[in-house]
Design a protein around this ligand. Structure first.
Ligand code: ADP
Length: 373
């Protein structure tokens, strides 16, 4: 019977638990033995009680719980061969030869490196006398790796959406709605920083969802399609004042934490506030939403996505061969997909996730000052 290790790694995202639940139960359904590996790669390197067989009842209630109940960590030692040697030892000792990782591009890259080095690591462990040849012979040929993308930023290429992104977007929208009430009451301007690192998906989708007046993204599409973006300060202020003249009683500017200008210089919320204060004469406040955005209770979409992808990841384990590249389970046009994991990671690093110009235009053009939305 195949033994399937499950671990969540990198930044937590809502829906990771639903994935762990689906993988655990579908593995049992398919006559495999699931193992939860606690605290990401830390648990894999440490072994012992951090690697535990998981039963059907262990994941009871997981669907509605945010974050990851089996824990996550940033594990420095796993980045070194020494750490991966310990990880290989623990996998062999537990008879695990398939790993399903739920994490971001870093976590999935780490898993692929472990797979690439697998035979070499086992040779070294045998040579050093830490393992007997007989212990690893059955598992020697292949370590199966399957990746699921858990990321609130929706920053992975070759998938339309990642586990946790919509929950995070919901939280951001709720917060922005709350700020809108106070902005309207006091006719204030709010500059709100949202997460997303180098991907503006959360910022852009939030801008569309709440009808923001302006949005700054790391991808730097110009604020208007014709704009040169050379002098965004003037362009933004003209736009904000124009909205006010038309009757708007509030101003909402969203800035992604990784926003940059045409010259690749970061655009920071405090600076935007100063510009709006000074040039527009508006009472302006900065709000950094911070970690509340990571989620809490997962939205229905993330539970469903993680469940369908979790099932698919077990299917991928059962189908895998030593010659096929490790797959990443994604979603494209509403269908669950399987793409080569490293191709997705490489594309993410090379070009990032594409932000649609059309969506950007929507965010910029569809504000309606009469309704203050
Ligand atoms: P994310 O998975 O969200 O992108 P990180 O980049 O912090 O988050 O990666 C999470 C963990 O994955 C790291 O702490 C490390 O243990 C492992 N990892 C990331 N990149 C590598 C790598 N290049 N080689 C080995 N392990 C890695």
């Amino acid at each position: 019977r195949k033994r399937v290790g499950i671990l969540t790694s990198g930044g937590d995202s809502s829906g990771m638990n639903a994935a762990v639940r689906a993988i655990t139960r579908y593995s049992i359904y398919k006559n495999c033995i699931p193992y939860a590996i606690f605290d990401g790669y830390d648990g894999l390197v440490e072994g012992g009680s951090k690697i535990r067989e998981y039963g059907w009842e262990n994941v009871r209630g997981f669907l509605a719980v945010g974050g990851t109940s089996i824990g996550s960590a940033r594990c420095l030692i796993f980045r070194e061969r020494e750490g991966r040697l310990k990880a290989a030892y623990n996998l062999i000792k537990n008879g695990i030869d398939a790993l399903i990782i739920i994490g971001g591009d870093g976590s999935l890259t780490g898993a692929n490196i472990l797979r690439t080095e697998w035979k070499g690591l086992l040779d070294e462990l045998v040579q050093k006398g830490k393992l007997q040849e007989s212990e690893c012979s059955v598992l020697r040929n292949n370590l199966t790796i399957v990746g699921l993308v858990g990321s609130i930023d929706n920053d992975m290429s070759l998938t339309d959406i990642t586990i946790g992104a919509y929950t995070s977007l919901h939280r951001i929208c709720e917060s922005l709605d709350s700020l809108t009430s106070t902005a309207l009451s006091h006719q204030r301007a709010f500059v709100v920083e949202v997460m997303g690192r180098h991907c503006g998906w959360l910022a852009l989708m939030a801008a569309i969802a709440v009808g923001a007046d302006w949005v700054f993204l790391p991808e730097r599409p110009p604020p208007t399609v014709e704009s040169t973006f050379e002098d965004w300060e003037t362009e933004m202020c003209n736009r904000l004042l124009e909205q006010r003249k038309l009757g708007s009683k509030k101003t909402l500017v969203i800035v992604c934490e990784g926003a940059i200008d045409r010259h690749l210089k970061p655009i920071k919320p405090e600076y935007i506030k100063q510009v709006i204060d000074k040039r527009c004469g508006l009472d302006t406040r900065v709000t950094t939403l911070g970690h509340v955005q990571r989620g809490g209770t997962p939205c229905a979409f993330d539970r469903i996505l993680a469940t369908l992808q979790g099932v698919q990841s077990v299917e991928a384990v059962l189908k895998s061969t030593p010659d096929t590249p490790a797959p990443m389970i994604g979603m494209s046009q509403n269908k669950i997909t399987s793409v080569p994991l490293m191709k997705a990671v490489e594309l993410t690093h090379a070009v990032g996730k594409a932000i649609s110009e059309k969506n950007f235009k929507l965010a910029m053009e569809l504000r309606d000052p009469d309704f203050n939305a």
